[in-house]
Design a protein around this ligand. Structure first.
Ligand SMILES: Cc1cc2nc3c(=O)[nH]c(=O)nc-3n(C[C@H](O)[C@H](O)[C@H](O)COP(=O)(O)OP(=O)(O)OC[C@H]3O[C@@H](n4cnc5c(N)ncnc54)[C@H](O)[C@@H]3O)c2cc1C
Ligand code: FES
Length: 497
């Protein structure tokens, strides 16, 4: 059966990477769990510092959250700078800005140095509004960003096919092909005692050891570059909440030159990519929703598709997928030593983990080699009581409690017979919560609906045909295999009926 969740525009337009699985035990200076932009960049930078590394990737490098993003390389993260300045003060907000700009430049340097063909295109980035009530926020963001040394100007001129009331423009930004970049960078790592392993899931870990089914890697330092640290490490799953976003790609005839995102809801983040045949695609992400809430998923896909078709003369939507990221409770990512000081971690990128993830890799490589890094005070992953969590975060935690009890059940069929082909539901069978999907051939795929991380009830992701956990963002295939942590164990398969 095809696996729709792997069918993103980026994965379809890049050759599949092909690294071996870990087989046997080995020892390196630094073990890195996770082969997304954070893990692979950290590995490359550590190798440049004379370290031996082993990347242990559960699936394929660059094809998970990084390869499901819109891959804008920009320090313009909607209207974040006024928030950071308010919560952390001007000096720390400046550190965030410098880290992002350095992240963008580092991607360009690495791609140039290693000859990685990843379609980097210089672009301006715009955050705009079409609503009067957001104009003052946009104006304020320009002021703050300029004060922090960012290349910001206020404008009403864009090449969008509709008028905007105000926009923040950042020059010298870029867009690229994320899976080509990460796979290309990964290819430079093996050799001289360093390794990249795919299809090798970390099932257990300690400060100096990573255990998989087929071997153990021993190291001086372990980096957890798994988007969300695994299991209970650092408790970050309770300090950054997951949200999913619809993403679509379609050929377009009205081609904007910049990269755009709006301030208001519904959210639209658009960029373009020219494929090998010269066809320009619009790649657009929409409004975030809680993972596994299928009604919201449908609503936001429909809205996004209408917006793309109405405004950019789009052809048929050829790719649809869902991607996830985590919003940290105080708006700043967590990067550095984890709370117990045992692991190096990086999480909470709030959908801006291309620049943030690269900057994080620079910080992690410094820490792993005992060096200081000037940006760390802004990202400190040991901050015990993050500032200014606010009402939103309290609401998220309440919602987690609700999902632990009952899950999100939009419909409750009582038996597999009630499922139509192509349909999915959570149902109670012999007192157990069961996640069931009936495929077009009438075969039922049923697993336990209880998330293997901490026991929340998973919900259906109709686009990708996966079971997604609304509590902390774990994702599972139809047979229960883990796609995304913090879970590391599959959904139980002890289902009968
Ligand atoms: C819709 C959307 C659009 C976005 N667009 C942008 C954008 O335009 N610009 C931007 O800056 N950011 C964007 N982002 C955010 C950005 O994509 C992410 O923050 C970033 O890619 C995260 O990188 P990562 O390396 O942490 O995670 P990943 O790329 O997910 O890498 C983590 C890796 O760890 C592996 N792993 C997990 N568990 C295990 C285990 N047990 N053992 C071994 N390996 C494991 C996974 O398989 C995965 O490959 C977007 C996010 C979303 C949701
Ligand atoms: S991800 Fe934590 S309970 Fe599911």
């Amino acid at each position: 059966m095809p696996v729709p969740h792997d069918r993103t525009y980026w994965n379809a337009t890049a050759p599949a990477p092909d690294f071996p699985s870990l087989s046997g035990d080995l020892s390196v200076d630094v073990a890195i769990i996770g082969g997304g932009i954070v893990g692979i960049t950290t590995a490359r930078l550590l190798k440049d510092l004379g370290q031996t590394v082993a990347v242990i990737e559960a699936r394929r490098v660059g094809r998970e959250v990084t390869g499901k993003s819109t891959a804008k390389m920009t320090s313009q993260h909607n209207i974040i700078y006024q928030t950071l300045e308010r919560k952390f003060g001007q000096d720390r907000a400046r550190l965030y800005a410098e880290a992002q700009e350095s992240g963008i430049r580092r991607i360009q340097e690495l791609a140039a140095r290693h000859g990685i063909e990843c379609d980097i295109e210089p672009k301006s980035a715009y955050t705009y509004t079409t609503q009067e009530k957001h104009v003052s926020e946009v104006e304020k963001e320009v002021d703050v960003a300029q004060r922090l040394g960012l290349p910001a100007t206020l404008t009403r001129e864009t090449d969008l096919p509709f008028d905007v009331l105000a926009a923040i423009r950042f020059d010298n930004q870029a867009q690229f092909h994320p899976t080509k970049y990460v796979a290309g960078l990964a290819a430079t790592i093996p050799g001289e005692g360093s390794h990249v392993f795919e299809n090798s899931r970390a099932l257990d870990w300690e400060a100096n050891r990573v255990v998989t089914d087929n071997g153990t890697v021993t190291a001086r330092t372990v980096v957890m570059a798994t988007h969300m640290p695994l299991g209970q490490v650092g408790g970050y799953y309770a300090q950054a909440y997951p949200y999913a976003e619809p993403v679509i790609a379609a050929p377009i005839r009205r081609v904007p030159n910049g990269m755009y995102i709006n301030v208001e809801q519904p959210s639209h983040s658009i960029r373009t990519h020219r494929n090998e045949n010269g066809q320009v695609y619009g790649i657009v992400a929409g409004t975030g929703f809680k993972p596994g809430h299928v009604d919201d998923e449908r609503k936001y896909f429909e809205e996004l598709e209408r917006w793309l078709v109405d405004n950019f003369e789009a052809g048929p939507i050829e790719y649809r997928w869902v991607n996830e990221d985590y919003t940290p409770m105080d708006s700043a990512p967590f990067v550095g030593w984890s709370k117990g000081q045992e692991y190096l971690v990086a999480t909470g990128f709030d959908a801006w983990g291309i620049s943030n993830g690269t900057a994080a890799a620079m910080m992690l490589a410094d820490l792993a080699t005992g060096r200081d890094n000037p940006w760390l005070p802004m990202f400190d992953a040991t901050r015990v009581k993050p500032v200014a969590g606010g009402f939103e975060f309290a609401k998220e935690n309440l919602d987690v409690a609700a999902h632990l009890v009952s899950g999100y059940l939009s419909r409750k069929p009582k038996s597999f017979d009630e499922l139509a082909p192509g349909d999915a539901a959570i149902m109670k069978i012999d007192g157990e919560n069961v996640a069931a999907f009936k495929d077009e051939g009438g075969v039922v795929h049923a697993v336990s609906a209880v998330c293997s991380h901490m026991g929340c009830i998973v919900g259906w992701n109709e686009t990708d045909r996966t079971w997604d956990c609304p509590c902390h963002g774990s994702r599972f295939e139809l047979d229960g295999t883990v796609i995304h942590g913090p879970a590391t164990q599959p959904l139980g398969s002890k289902v009968t009926g």
